[in-house]
Design a protein around this ligand. Structure first.
Ligand code: SF4
Length: 127
């Protein structure tokens, strides 16, 4: 089974403004920033959890958490991110995407579908 997720932080009050959330850490990034704060999850084969694992976890958090933060790694590298965002929204969660901004097509699609709001806190740098 495909395991695109490195880990899940089950509860935080600091990653989505004014809301409780969990953080989904996608494995793999298309950049190799020298200052990367998560170098252990940059390989695309470093995942330990499947999408089904995440959705099962979220089922246990309905009514307890407000939002899901998609981070990594680079979440937009996950090709089924649009489908996953729809599934997360159907469960009633807000979505925030932390992205390095290198996949504008995916970001535009997410914006068009109104699947959350976005930060570019992971500024890419020359490698
Ligand atoms: S974009 Fe973010 S996750 Fe990717 S290498 Fe740079 S700091 Fe690390």
């Amino acid at each position: 089974m495909l395991k695109p997720i490195y880990d899940i932080t089950s509860y935080t009050l600091v990653d989505y403004p004014n809301h409780s959330s969990c953080v989904v850490w996608f494995s793999g990034c298309n950049l190799k920033c020298q200052y990367c704060y998560n170098p252990e999850i940059l390989p695309f084969n470093s995942g330990t959890k499947s999408v089904e694992d995440l959705l099962n976890f979220l089922d246990t958090r309905i009514g307890l958490l407000d939002a899901v933060v998609l981070s990594g790694g680079e979440a937009t590298s996950f090709k089924d991110l649009l489908i996953l965002c729809r599934q997360i929204k159907e469960k009633g969660f807000k979505i925030k995407l932390d992205t390095n901004g290198t996949n504008p097509d995916m970001i535009c699609s997410l914006l068009y579908m109104s699947y959350g709001f976005f930060t570019s806190s992971k500024m890419p740098c020359p490698v």
